[in-house]
Ligand binder design. Structure first.
Ligand code: SME
Length: 158
């Protein structure tokens, strides 16, 4: 990690506590994780579209992706939204239900974001390194995602 876990968490919480708009805060958080944490080569939020079982791409840092909308159940993102739990994929080439964002991606973590007990979106991170998301990094990212519920809910399209 380019910065240690405590520093990344402290900076993330500081960004999340700022008084900017929800979209700006989550964009800055993506930029921070992308630039500070080794192995986080694409960092973004998908947001649940209310009244549907579909996710829409929200703020992200990294290369543009073709996956602007993802139905529940499809890909790692759709599976995590449906199952309401974190998915860690150490080797994306072994996954049959996977949506490729870039041929360089080798591993991925998707963490659902909850607000008032319901899934409102998720934090999706891709890595160009295999098995990049071991327990310490997963724990850090889950801690950060647990603080994002209200902000992600505010970005849900009405
Ligand atoms: N790989 C994801 C799709 C989103 S991109 O990684 C940005 C998936 O399988 O759901």
């Amino acid at each position: 990690m380019r910065q240690d876990t405590d520093a990344v968490l402290a900076r993330s919480l500081s960004i999340l506590g700022s008084d900017e708009s929800e979209g700006t805060i989550l964009q800055r958080l993506c930029n921070h994780i992308h630039s500070s944490v080794d192995g986080c080569d694409w960092v973004g939020f998908y947001i649940v579209i209310p009244g549907t079982r579909e996710l829409a791409l929200g703020p992200y840092a990294g290369e543009p992706t073709d996956h602007l909308r993802i139905p529940f159940g499809r890909g790692i993102c759709g599976q995590a939204a449906e199952a309401e739990r974190t998915f860690v994929v150490d080797d994306v080439t072994l996954e049959s239900n996977y949506l490729s964002c870039s041929p360089r991606v080798q591993s991925e973590v998707v963490i659902p974001v909850f607000d008032e007990g319901r899934v409102v979106g998720e934090l999706d991170i891709d890595s160009h390194t295999p098995a990049a998301f071991g327990p310490p990094l997963r724990g850090l990212l889950e801690r950060i995602a647990s603080e994002c519920g209200r902000l992600v809910a505010a970005l849900m399209p009405t």
